[in-house]
Design a protein around this ligand. Structure first.
Ligand code: NAD
Length: 277
């Protein structure tokens, strides 16, 4: 069900499904979206310092705990250190800033947002420190290619729990997925709906018709059946509910393959080997 979790390599349980809040505006927009999601049964929220909405996410989480009779431990909050803050001391400071903005006692998962060349190892050392201090339950990376992970693991004391990457039928990431599986690193999908581009894709739509499901539901179900954690974004309550309604059907092996065959190794987002932000 919606609250099913995967056990990460450090023993922490992370929900397979969550809400992404990239581009959800700070204030009532993000607060209402997060609260609608938690009411609908979501237990995981994915934000980042650069999204500029950590205060709203934290407020919504605190209010939703009260209003739904939950405990903090039942929710899972992810944030990320932005590129401009990478390096050891600056990351320690960035972590404290995120914690303060969220106004929570701890963060569940903190990620290195992008593999900033020459810096991500020092950034990682800072995450290892806050992890060892118990301020964060798990640490991980985002947008890391296989070579970044290999390089990081040469010096890392703590193996990342998660690698959050762009993942959808057009970018099925076979190499990264396989590598992460061999290292016990959980893959997590960003842009699982192709940032909305696949919600009226003909093949996805016709597969959905067989199950009485929408294209968005097919795309998200496919992530789970690929063994990938997924965090679709919406600020519209009806879509928030729709996106989570994927636990009462299973795509056939044939359909999973047909969706996977759409892979073109083609990104919508930036190339982790060539980004300039
Ligand atoms: P997404 O694939 O989740 O698409 C979101 C868009 O799809 C929405 O804005 C909306 O327009 C549309 N949509 C959502 N549900 C729909 C539905 N049921 N029917 C029709 N349209 C629907 O894209 P995303 O927001 O970029 O990715 C999800 C989350 O991943 C983000 O919110 C963020 O938390 C995270 N993310 C991380 C990174 C990173 O570098 N680590 C980058 C981008 C996003």
């Amino acid at each position: 069900n919606l609250q099913d979790t995967v056990t990460l390599n450090n023993g922490v349980n992370m929900p397979w499904f969550g809400l992404g809040v990239y581009k959800a505006k700070e204030g009532s927009e993000v607060i209402d979206a997060v609260k609608a999601a938690i009411r609908a049964g979501y237990r995981s929220i994915d934000t980042a310092a650069v999204y500029g909405n950590e205060e709203g996410v934290g407020q919504a989480v605190r209010e939703a705990i009260e209003e739904n009779g939950l405990t903090r431990e039942q929710l899972f909050v992810t944030s990320k250190v932005w590129n401009s803050e990478q390096g050891y001391e600056t990351t320690l400071q960035a972590f404290e800033n995120s914690l303060k903005k969220l106004d929570l006692d701890y963060i569940d998962l903190f990620l290195v947002h992008w593999p900033v060349k020459g810096k991500y190892k020092e950034t990682w050392r800072a995450l290892e420190k806050v992890y060892k201090e118990g301020k964060v339950r798990a640490i991980g990376v985002s947008n890391f290619q296989v070579h970044h992970l290999e390089d990081l693991l040469e010096d890392a004391e703590v193996v990342p729990t998660v690698n959050q990457v762009e993942f959808h039928p057009q970018l099925a990431q076979p190499e990264v997925l396989k590598y992460c599986q061999t290292k016990g690193i959980q893959l997590e999908a960003w842009a699982p709906l192709g940032q909305g581009r696949f919600v009226d894709h003909d093949i996805i739509k016709s597969i959905g018709e067989k199950y009485g499901k929408t294209p968005a539901q097919v795309l998200l179900r496919w992530d789970l059946q690929m063994g990938v954690v997924t965090i679709p974004k919406s600020v519209t309550e009806s879509r928030i509910i729709e996106n989570a309604d994927i636990f009462d059907f299973e795509l056939s092996g044939e359909d999973v393959q047909e969706i996977g065959a759409l892979n073109q190794n083609k990104r919508f987002g930036s190339d982790p080997d060539n980004f300039n932000f």
